[in-house]
Design a protein around this ligand. Structure first.
Ligand code: ZN
Length: 342
């Protein structure tokens, strides 16, 4: 064990110490940690980052399974487990970040010295530069239920190829928030994989199957290995409450709310919604208060959505994703993202 300032380094002998479940694994880790697993070709390496958010355990679960199975990867693998402190807060795997501290996945921009999170993220970026991997995959879970997808900040064959090892949907975004994937370049692709909801068995399976392929494939970028044809969603807009305040989720309009989402709203994740799809109900005047922001923060809500007899409907075909019926998240973050489609 080689202890550095912020991220503790382990080699693959650590598999004897990590216990039989992810609770033991979490207890064992002293804080942000890196595990190095040597591969068949040690002249090359790949990086996996996970648990940047403490409430998103699919990545650590998959990694625990693979470490216990003594997997032997194609190339050297460096796995980073980041928000250990947040994940350990009781009840475990509930807190995205330690209350009062910054979200790790908003800290990959300078300055790096303003709090505890910045130096950890700076060290990770420096180690990525030193290791010069073929790719970096940052594995997450979504806050609502729903299918898996990749997110990239640039789109080319290499980014598409890596996403396709995990899932068949790829979102291309220009939003800049300080996330790890924003450091991506054409030479060194960094992609985010959203495995689906944190406590869905399907999400754990996506994580394990995808990680097995990512670690195991000999040539990462050779096309004949393309397993899945990806559906690509370019430049989604973020639908927010904006000046609207009161939100509900029910089978009918809840009096007093600005907007009531339909009970089954999450079922529309990545499905097509058309001008006939009822998304919820709105109070008079709500349409003027809500927003669908592009990256320039221009509001397109009125051109995307309409009201008919109190019902909220799309004006055109679109695909919604990261829909949440968690009202606290919907209010403080966003209701969903939307990408226009034919
Ligand atoms: Zn996350």
């Amino acid at each position: 064990m080689d202890s550095k300032a912020q991220i503790t380094h382990f080699d693959s002998a650590v598999r004897q110490d990590i216990g039989n479940g992810i609770d033991d694994f979490l207890t064992f880790l002293p804080g942000p940690s890196r595990i190095h697993v040597p591969g068949r070709d040690s002249s090359r390496c790949r990086i996996l980052v996970t648990l940047l958010h403490g409430n998103e355990p699919s990545g650590i679960r998959a990694l625990h399974t693979l470490l216990k199975e003594c997997f032997f990867p194609a190339v050297d693998i460096y796995c980073y487990l980041m928000a250990i402190e947040a994940a350990e807060l009781a009840p475990r795997f509930t807190f995205r970040q330690v209350p009062g501290k910054r979200d790790y996945n908003r800290c990959f921009l300078p300055p790096f010295d303003s709090d505890d999170q910045g130096p950890v993220c700076q060290q990770l970026l420096e180690e990525i530069q030193q290791l010069n991997p073929e790719a970096v995959v940052d594995m997450h879970n979504t806050s609502g239920e729903g299918p898996s997808f990749g997110v990239v900040t640039r789109y080319d064959a290499r980014h598409d190829r890596i996403v396709s090892l995990f899932t068949d949907r790829c979102v291309v975004t220009e939003l800049r928030l300080g996330a790890l994937m924003e450091t991506s370049t054409a030479q060194l692709p960094v992609v985010t994989v959203e495995c689906g909801g944190a406590f869905e068995a399907a999400a754990d399976r996506i994580a394990l199957d995808g990680m097995t392929r990512y670690f195991g494939v000999e040539a990462l970028f050779r096309e004949e290995h393309q397993d899945l044809e990806t559906e690509v969603f370019f430049h989604p807009m973020r639908v927010e409450m904006n000046q609207a305040e009161i939100i509900a989720c029910a089978e009918h309009y809840v009096p007093g709310s600005d907007i009531t989402l339909t009970r089954d709203i999450e079922h529309h994740n990545f499905g097509l919604v058309t001008p006939d799809t009822l998304l919820g109900w709105v109070a008079p005047g709500t349409l003027e208060k809500m927003a669908a922001f592009d990256t320039e923060r221009t509001n397109h809500f009125r051109s995307l959505y309409r009201e008919e007899e109190g019902g909220l409907y799309p004006r055109c075909n679109q695909k919604l994703f990261m829909i949440t019926s968690n009202l606290a998240i919907a209010r403080s973050d966003c209701l969903w993202y939307t990408a226009l489609t034919d």
